[in-house]
Unconditional design. Structure first.
Ligand SMILES: [Zn+2]
Length: 291
């Protein structure tokens, strides 16, 4: 069962985040009809956004991860909230690439060279924006680099999505381990020893481990206090008012053009593919309300 947890070592020197997201990524795959390599790129990003959502403090805050590269998938975007919900989309859900030499899906090849942009909407006047160059396009390495350079927080990021033969999601999850400034050399050595030779996160999930057991394996020798535990969910928060605001932002001229040509507007939500239809009378009302 999907689970999202965060915790801290009893000495307060290391923060830990873990997510089992097989169900969330399956829902994302069903919603966006992604090919295996797109599911892997999307699922890793969604899993990271869920964990980074729990790093936020305010209820209405959210964090967006945007991978934009010159590869065939073009964009992968995910938005996480502190409530454990996530939504997102990929630029090209049909991307297909040969497997890498090691038999893995070529997520780095799908994304290509480009940038990772992290936007935190903290409900302040301006959002926090951190932008780093992609290291490999494999998502986890890029986030490790982001945490080190933009947030000055040394981190271990592991993300995995295992796609089944029928394209459904067999296993998905990940963890983020963050060293606080008080972390000692001894802590780092111990953590490195634990990570050396550790199986991939999807292999651990396939072994039947839950996310708490996975974190305990990664953090062997440390005492962890779990402070939060939520059931994560792929969930869109769109509604007709939001879509109406998007239509208004098109501008008067554009809306008048749509009225003339189509006599109605059909708008599909990027995140959940729900379709909204605005009839001629509703478009006219939008125009008259926004004179
Ligand atoms: Zn939606």
């Amino acid at each position: 069962m999907d689970k999202l947890i965060r915790g801290i070592t009893s000495n307060g020197r290391i923060r830990v985040f873990g997510a089992l997201t097989t169900g969330v990524v399956q829902k994302a795959y069903e919603t966006h009809n992604t090919t295996p390599v797109a599911t892997a790129a999307f699922g890793r990003t969604l899993t990271a956004a869920l964990m980074m959502g729990t790093m936020l403090k305010g209820e209405k805050e959210n964090v967006s991860l945007q991978f934009k590269g010159d590869g065939p998938i073009a964009t992968v975007l995910a938005v996480g909230t502190p409530q454990g919900t996530v939504k997102g989309y990929v630029g090209n859900n049909f991307v297909a690439l040969p497997l890498k030499e090691n038999g893995k899906l070529d997520v780095g090849g799908a994304i290509g060279d480009g940038y990772l942009t992290v936007i935190k909407d903290l409900r302040l006047k301006e959002p926090y924006i951190g932008k780093v160059e992609l290291q490999t396009g494999e998502i986890a390495e890029d986030l490790t680099y982001y945490f080190a350079t933009s947030e000055q927080t040394p981190s271990v990021v592991a993300l995995g999505v295992l796609v089944d033969r029928d394209f459904s999601v067999k296993a998905a999850g990940g963890y983020i381990i963050q060293l606080m400034p008080e972390a000692t050399e001894e802590d780092i050595v111990k953590l490195e020893q634990n990570l050396a030779g550790l199986k991939s996160v999807t292999a651990l999930i396939e072994d039947g481990m839950d996310i708490g057991e996975i974190l305990n394996t990664v953090m062997d020798g440390f005492e962890i206090k779990i402070t939060d535990e939520i059931t994560p969910e792929y969930k869109c928060d769109c509604n007709k008012e939001r879509i109406e605001r998007a239509i208004i932002s098109l501008g008067r001229q554009e809306i008048e053009d749509i009225l003339k040509k189509e006599k109605k507007a059909e708008v599909t939500c990027y995140f959940c593919n729900k379709e909204y239809v605005f009839a001629e009378s509703e478009l006219q009302e939008i125009l008259s309300k926004n004179e």
